[in-house]
Ligand binder design. Structure first.
Ligand SMILES: [Zn+2]
Length: 396
């Protein structure tokens, strides 16, 4: 166990980090320290894991100054907020140390492109790599791989929080914060950055770009939504197919005879539309057009597509010939649970539910047996963890 002195040092470092970057205060408080003894220099960067644990080597905590520890806390929480583990472009099945090292340098360069020059000599900066400021980690990664060998930089390891690949010191712990909370923490951090900018406070340019990107994503949501819906359909179809391939128990008694329990070749889909007053019709129309476009392209015709509109209650299920035939009943308060209940009450229940909503609704407490994709129209809205979520927004 740690001495009171070391615990105090840890707290002091966290306070100092929050003082240096006040917009990171919530994120810093979400870090869950795991004290580790008996490691050599491996933990000198206070590495994290994707579940927001920070591995605190007792020897490192004793050796480094409060200022140094604070530097690493800001650094590591930045890896987590910017989802570097999820963005890792290298191989995950046969991890290559070289790839991990290159990604570590690339993400460090993204983090350090606007830090004061007096930072510790270890982490990579664009200048130390001979590359321009202001790039994304992916851009640094490609440049480094094309221009090898790059300038020698002392190898250091920011942990699985940087690339998602397990480390020897990682503990098998439940995440300190859920992926949803992590996402909300990132949005909250981005909003704090915006507030400070509005108040003419100084925020590093890298954080400004990050907040802009997070709050007004220019990524193509149509592409994401289309990919998720296609994947959901494949999964649903695969599940049906699986029941066909698995021999039924009676088949053992009837060798050579296949007894499928196949219900249908194509999955059926219910689109659940939140028609509460808070939804803007333009966004709704765009999301709906996208969903029906994907469904049409894979051959889900009107017979297999049901639309249920829902505000505080669910309206009569509609099967549509044309999208223009849709009646957008509703306009009151929101309770999508009524819509889920109505969707699951149809016989047979749908194989896939696509819910289009701003997320300002209560959600069913338990995941339905049917796969659910949420097209979220408001970046601050909430979707449950059991659903696949696509944030629909921006001009793209
Ligand atoms: Zn790093």
């Amino acid at each position: 166990m740690t001495s009171p002195d070391l615990r105090e040092k840890w707290s002091a470092a966290r306070v100092r980090a929050a003082h240096q970057a006040p917009y990171l205060a919530t994120a810093l408080l979400s870090l869950d320290p795991v004290m580790v003894t008996g490691t050599s220099g491996e933990l000198r960067r206070f590495p994290t894991d994707p579940g927001w644990h920070v591995y605190v080597g007792i020897e490192e905590l004793a050796r480094q100054s409060v200022q140094e520890v604070a530097f690493w806390l800001v650094h590591q929480v930045t890896h987590l907020l910017r989802a570097h583990a999820r963005r890792y472009p290298g191989g995950v099945l046969e991890p290559q140390r070289e790839e991990q090292h290159t990604w570590n340098l690339a993400t460090d360069a993204e983090i350090n492109d606007d830090l004061p020059p007096d930072l510790p000599p270890e982490p990579a900066t664009p200048a130390r790599l001979g590359l321009p400021d202001g790039w994304t980690a992916e851009q640094y990664w490609h440049a480094l791989r094309e221009n090898q060998p790059y300038p020698p930089i002392a190898p250091g390891d920011c942990g699985s929080g940087c690339d998602g690949l397990p480390r020897a010191w990682d503990h098998d712990l439940p995440p300190a914060i859920s992926p949803t909370t992590a996402r909300l923490t990132a949005l909250d951090t981005a909003r704090r950055i915006r507030e400070r900018l509005n108040a003419q406070d100084d925020v590093p340019a890298g954080w400004r770009r990050w907040a802009d990107q997070l709050l007004e994503p220019s990524v193509n949501w149509r592409h994401h939504l289309s990919a998720k819906v296609r994947h959901g359909l494949t999964q649903a179809a695969g599940r049906v197919d699986y029941t066909y391939r698995r021999p039924s128990r009676r088949a053992a008694a009837l060798p050579g005879v296949v007894l499928p329990s196949l219900r249908q070749a194509l999955p059926s889909v219910t689109v659940l539309i939140d028609t509460s007053g808070s939804i803007t019709e333009t966004m709704l129309a765009r999301a709906l057009a996208e969903v029906t476009g994907v469904l049409g392209a894979v051959g889900i015709g009107r017979r297999l597509l049901t639309v249920i509109t829902c505000d505080a209650r669910a309206y009569r299920p509609q099967t549509l010939t044309r999208i223009s035939d849709l009646h957008l009943d509703g306009g009151g308060g929101t309770d999508l649970r009524a819509g889920f209940a109505a969707a699951l009450a149809t016989r047979p229940p749908p194989d896939l539910i696509v819910a289009i909503t701003d997320g300002r609704t209560p959600w069913p407490h338990h995941p339905p047996r049917t796969r659910v994709i949420v097209a979220l129209l408001d970046p601050a809205g909430r979707a449950p963890e059991w659903a696949e979520t696509v944030r629909v927004g921006g001009a793209s």
